[in-house]
Design a protein around this ligand. Structure first.
Ligand SMILES: Nc1ncnc2c1ncn2[C@@H]1O[C@H](COP(=O)(O)OP(=O)(O)O)[C@@H](O)[C@H]1O
Ligand SMILES: CC(=O)N[C@@H](CCC(=O)OP(=O)(O)O)C(=O)O
Length: 314
């Protein structure tokens, strides 16, 4: 049986109450005052945010996201954004009449596709995400994982057991890569100049070849390398759900692997949770899986008592 971990201590606590008889302006002031302990808690910290391709399509949500990231920077947090772009890549490939196929949530990427994928991720999508933040009053700089040797990648080798022969077979995903080494110097240079790095999940191999990297994986590797205080993974569910459909507030590695074994965590949530665990093992303090469909989800997670997603620790 799965167990829901509901912490007895609220993850975020301490703000003064907001009374119903307050004017709107007083309520706003109380909300700001209530955020003070959290602002103090995260001041100077690095927060890595994975922003998926689906969320970008919705104008209001995208604007709220840009504002959240700008606000984080303005209150002294160092945000780093790693974006996806799955739907945007798919629509460009369709326009070019190139068919793509997914295996275990990863896009099989042949030579003819990799240039298109790089163009979409490091070109239009990357600039669009940086622009969302710039429009909100902060300074974001869009880079690719290839810039400054940020993401050195190698070919991802996937194997699958053949159900008939029980033999482990290698599946060729083409130019799908996994981060081999992260060199964060370019990120520190940007952060040190008051800029917000916005990263496209593309990596470079030892021979200069380009690799398409799943954005969750890239975000996890970067969060680990910079020892981020939080890795925020925005997705399309409120968090990791238990068998009653309730959000599990906190998840340890042991509990997470048990839920995977028991079939409570399935599909795309498996690599997401595994990426969070890897990030934590590599040096991030904690990761949170949270609902990217909720406006201002990053602010809710970091600066309010609600802390709505699933917190994953070692
Ligand atoms: N225990 C679980 N809790 C929440 N979501 C789960 C769980 N198990 C499987 N999922 C699935 O994982 C999906 C999120 O993974 P994915 O589709 O890869 O997200 P994204 O596209 O945001 O990267 C959810 O929409 C849900 O269908
Ligand atoms: C290898 C692989 O699958 N790469 C992804 C990269 C983009 C991504 O991950 O975007 P989302 O976060 O929006 O899904 C792809 O080609 O779609």
């Amino acid at each position: 049986m799965t167990k829901t971990i509901h912490g007895t201590q609220p993850r975020n606590a301490g703000e003064p109450p907001i009374a119903a008889d307050m004017t709107d302006a007083q309520q706003q002031a109380a909300i700001l005052a209530g955020a003070l302990p959290y602002l103090r808690r995260y001041a100077g910290d690095t927060i890595v945010v994975k922003y998926g391709g689906h969320a970008m399509g919705e104008g209001r949500l995208a604007d709220a996201f840009g504002h959240d990231i700008a606000l984080l920077k303005l209150v002294g947090v160092n945000p780093i954004v790693v974006h996806g772009g799955g739907p945007q890549i798919s629509s460009m490939l369709e326009r070019l009449k190139l068919r793509s196929e997914f295996i275990d949530g990863l896009r099989v990427t042949d030579q003819s596709m990799v240039d298109v994928i790089e163009m979409v991720l490091s070109g239009s999508v990357n600039k669009q995400v940086a622009e969302l933040i710039n429009r909100a009053g902060a300074l974001a700089v869009g880079i690719s994982g290839k810039d400054g040797g940020l993401i050195m990648a190698r070919k991802l080798v996937r194997t699958r057991r053949d159900p008939d022969s029980e033999i482990e077979k290698v599946i060729d995903l083409g130019f799908v890569g996994e981060p081999e080494k992260i060199d964060p110097r370019v990120l520190y240079a940007l952060l040190g100049s008051g800029l917000i790095p916005v990263i496209a999940p593309v990596g470079v191999g030892a021979d200069g070849e380009t690799y398409n990297i799943n954005a969750d994986t890239a975000a996890g590797a970067i969060a680990g390398a910079v020892h981020a205080t939080r890795l925020l993974m925005l997705t399309d569910v409120p968090g990791v759900l238990d068998e009653h459909g309730q959000v599990i507030e906190e998840l340890t590695a042991e509990e997470a692997y048990r839920l995977i074994r028991e079939g409570q965590i399935t599909g795309g949530m498996i690599p997401k949770v595994e990426t969070c665990l890897q990030a934590v093992r590599a040096g991030a303090k904690a990761a949170v899986i949270l609902d990217g469909r909720v406006p201002h989800t990053c602010l809710l997670e970091l600066f309010t008592r609600a802390g709505p997603g699933t917190l994953i620790t070692a």
